[in-house]
Design a protein around this ligand. Structure first.
Ligand code: NAG
Ligand code: NAG
Ligand code: NAG
Ligand code: NAG
Ligand code: NAG
Length: 345
């Protein structure tokens, strides 16, 4: 009797266990399905049609990892410069990446390498890319709008300006070029803590007298790296966001250069693949999807590290990392004002 009761109790218990196992696997099945239904890397992406991006975005809305930049999403331009390229097509668009409160840095850049009048025979357009600040107040936003009216060089969309959203800022730059400056020739995307030698970039790398390149993307090429999986890193990327162990080759984020056609191509492919928070790695993934590998630049012209200022050295390179506003203003008169006939060939 009691053995039988025990047995039936055991049966109830194991039914419960079985039921929980079933429920658990059912739930994880849902989870697995959710992951499977994410937009997948396509080997041959279709150009962005409204229909396909709409279905893809609706399937991602509820399932996106919190660190994955929300995309595609119709971010609104809060500040825009739709007229910037209307009067004349720039040879070079300089997209400067910074934050809305970096007004001091923007002014230093306007007075140094970002001055559009430095190159009387070549049209250059400078644009600062910003998102919505997590710390700035309404008053700061109003100042930003005034600054934009004064200089006509700020573009802002309504995404939160955080490190993990940097990809959104780059894609905003691609969108802006594709929509408002499609007849430019080349673009450089550069961080606002850089030294940039625009003259060398124009006359030695891009060369206005040469036919325009297409499918061109260059910078300091990083290859054979992969996502960092430890949460301790600033650059942590979980498997749910990017499952592969390696990134395709990409150009290091502080400064890379591309032909204008790439802006539209990258903007379009980004509508149909999963975004990754590391914006430079993500550009590499876009290039991989587009089957357009980055072009190797001449040696030592893109420097992701700091080099101490030396006029003769700085005259023969494109970028140097870690130059803040004070230092830029300090070296500029020497860099721009002196002739270099004394430099060794
Ligand atoms: C930019 O350069 C031009 C020509 O040299 C100069 O007149 C102008 O003051 C400069 N602009 C800024 C903001 O420094
Ligand atoms: C600009 O072009 C004119 C005419 O072609 C030339 O004389 C002048 O030296 C050029 N200026 C610069 C800074 O290259
Ligand atoms: C990225 O921006 C979106 C849109 O503003 C925001 O909802 C999200 O929290 C941001 N993500 C991160 C990781 O900051
Ligand atoms: C990721 O790995 C898969 C499976 O090996 C491969 O098909 C795909 O091309 C890779 N994607 C990238 C961006 O490397
Ligand atoms: C550059 O400076 C040298 C002397 O250091 C001078 O001989 C030369 O004429 C200058 N060149 C120009 C273009 O100003």
């Amino acid at each position: 009797m009691s053995a039988q009761r025990n047995f039936s109790r055991y049966c109830k218990f194991s039914t419960l266990v079985l039921l929980s196992i079933f429920m658990f696997s059912f739930l994880s099945e849902i989870k697995i399905n959710i992951f499977v239904s994410w937009p997948r890397f396509q080997s041959n992406p279709e150009p962005c049609t409204t229909a396909s991006s709409a279905t893809l975005s609706s399937s991602t809305v509820t399932t996106r990892h919190p660190l994955a930049p929300p995309y595609p999403h119709p971010y609104k331009f809060l500040i825009n410069q739709p007229e910037k390229c209307r009067a004349h097509n720039p040879f070079l668009v300089i997209l400067v990446v910074g934050q809305s409160h970096d007004v001091h840095t923007r002014n230093a850049i306007r007075q140094t390498w970002g001055n559009e009048s430095n190159h009387p025979n070549v049209s250059v357009a400078r644009i600062f890319l910003v998102g919505v600040s997590t710390i700035a107040s309404k008053a700061t936003q109003m100042l930003l709008e005034e600054e934009s009216e004064a200089y006509a060089d700020i573009v802002q969309q309504d995404f939160l300006d955080t490190y993990y959203n940097l990809t959104l800022k780059t894609l905003m730059g691609m969108e802006w070029v594709a929509k408002f400056c499609p007849n430019a020739r080349y673009v450089i995307k550069i961080d606002n803590d850089m030294f940039l030698n625009v003259d060398y970039l124009i006359h030695h790398l891009l060369r206005p007298e040469m036919p325009a390149r297409r499918d061109y993307f260059t910078g300091y090429i990083v290859s054979n790296t992969g996502p960092l999986r430890s949460k301790a890193y600033k650059w942590y990327v979980p498997k749910e966001i990017y499952p592969n162990d390696t990134y395709p080759p990409y150009c290091a984020g502080p400064g890379y250069v591309f032909s204008v056609d790439m802006a539209r191509k990258i903007y379009e492919v980004a509508q149909v693949i999963r975004t990754v928070p590391m914006e430079d790695s993500f550009m590499g993934i876009c290039l991989y999807e587009l089957k357009i590998p980055p072009t190797s630049p001449p040696a030592n012209i893109f420097n992701g590290h700091r080099i101490d200022y030396d006029r003769c050295v700085f005259h023969r390179l494109v970028t140097v990392h870690h130059y803040g506003p004070e230092e830029l203003q300090l070296i500029w008169p020497d860099f721009w004002g002196k002739n270099n006939s004394g430099c060794a060939k």
